[in-house]
Design a protein around this ligand. Structure first.
Ligand SMILES: *Cc1c(COP(=O)(O)O)cnc(C)c1O
Length: 379
């Protein structure tokens, strides 16, 4: 079985290749002037004061948790419908992830469920902008303020998204992005944390680089326990080049989403998005099966893969992974996340997906669904 149409992929053109080649011929390969330039461009794009680049999104999350001062005994509340890194990066800092349930309409952490999970040990709220749609950031900001908590937004899906007319990246105490190839823009591997707070910026920068504060001449001081999580100049050159086309990438994703919505309207087996999603960066197009089709998710998934379509499922609820089960998180902890997980499939979604490829995905799905019903009718 060869996958002809993946669920996500990067968009690289000659200008990207030129930018990386130039960086390769410059005096800097690892962290140099391009990193700073990329950080400034990112912060400017989002309307934040500071950006600190990291070697990947997971390292950026860990940096945010470290800068927040999370340590043993502390809790942070996050969504179960995310990539494991959201939780594990905090666990690595010694803190305990607490999973609150989602709003099934959006797949995002439900502010009310989050509020109910707050304890005297809670230090941070960590909503995830699922599939690129911003979480209810107004509600989370109010909740964080009321309880004196830090708001750390996992926006790895949502670079280029906006919420109430403002760009994601400047709406939380810290906003975390990833530049993995399937995300809004890529640096190969890469990530960043955006913040308006200079104190947090300094902590993030120290965490990226051995906990070092520079002194005069040869002097430098290791002031905290940290390792090397630097992004390189080569990667930053790619990021700068990609950032110039971010708006066009997001526009393509929105057009593709609208085309899927239109294609699926009137299909009884699937649910199309009903709540407004204007500000979404559409990292994923998540098909929600319903009724008898939902019960056949596995067959539909396998048939799509057999047809060469690289579907995925985002996500297995984090606490259902063996590592988290061993830590004692029980099944059924977040029933809405589990029930949504049972009926979702992520369809191909990336800027260079052509209308013909998209039609092929839609036609394959139609054929597969018709086949299921034909099976049932003949039984
Ligand atoms: C991609 C992603 C991460 C991790 O980013 P990497 O750059 O792959 O380390 C974290 N959280 C979410 C929600 C992601 O999608």
């Amino acid at each position: 079985m060869t996958i002809r149409i993946p669920y996500g992929r990067q968009t690289i053109d000659d200008s990207d290749v030129r930018a990386v080649s130039e960086a390769l011929r410059s005096d800097w390969l690892t962290q140099g002037p391009k990193v700073e330039e990329f950080e400034k461009a990112l912060a400017d794009y989002c309307g934040a004061r500071h950006a600190v680049a990291f070697s990947n999104g997971t390292a950026a999350l860990q940096g945010a948790y470290a800068a927040a001062g999370l340590a043993a005994g502390d809790e942070f509340i996050t969504s179960p419908l995310t990539f494991a890194a959201t939780a594990t990066a905090g666990l690595w800092q010694g803190a305990t992830p607490v999973f609150a349930d989602i709003d099934e309409a959006t797949g995002n952490l439900d502010p009310q469920a989050c509020a109910r999970a707050i304890t005297p040990r809670t230090r941070a709220l960590v909503p995830v902008d699922y599939a690129g749609r911003p979480a209810d950031l107004d509600a989370f900001r109010a909740l964080a303020k009321k309880h004196g908590l830090l708001l750390i937004e996992d926006a790895c899906h949502a670079l280029g998204a906006s919420c109430g007319g403002r760009r994601v990246g400047a709406l939380s105490d810290m906003t975390v992005f990833s530049f993995h190839p399937v995300k809004s823009i890529t640096t190969g591997e890469g990530g960043a944390v955006l913040t308006d707070d200079a104190g947090l910026r300094d902590k993030l920068a120290a965490f990226r680089q051995h906990g070092i504060r520079r002194g005069e001449d040869w002097l430098y001081y290791v002031e905290s326990m940290a390792l090397n999580y630097r992004l390189t100049d080569m990667q930053s050159a790619l990021g700068l080049s990609q950032l110039k086309r971010l708006d066009s990438f997001v526009a393509r994703r929105r057009a593709i989403a609208a085309r899927y919505q239109k294609a699926f309207s009137g299909w009884s087996e699937v649910e199309t998005e009903t709540s407004p999603v204007d500000g979404s960066a559409w990292h994923l197009y998540v098909l929600r099966l319903r009724g008898a089709a939902a019960a056949k998710r596995k067959e539909i998934f396998q048939a799509l893969r057999l047809a060469g379509i690289g579907v995925q499922v985002h996500y297995i609820p984090v606490y259902r992974h063996p590592f988290y089960e061993k830590l004692g998180y029980p099944r059924g902890l977040c029933p809405k996340a589990e029930s949504l997980y049972e009926r979702i499939i992520s369809l191909p979604m990336y800027p260079t997906l052509t209308p013909a490829q998209q039609d092929e995905v839609v036609a394959a799905l139609r054929r597969i669904l018709d086949g299921l019903y034909a099976d049932r009718a003949s039984r």
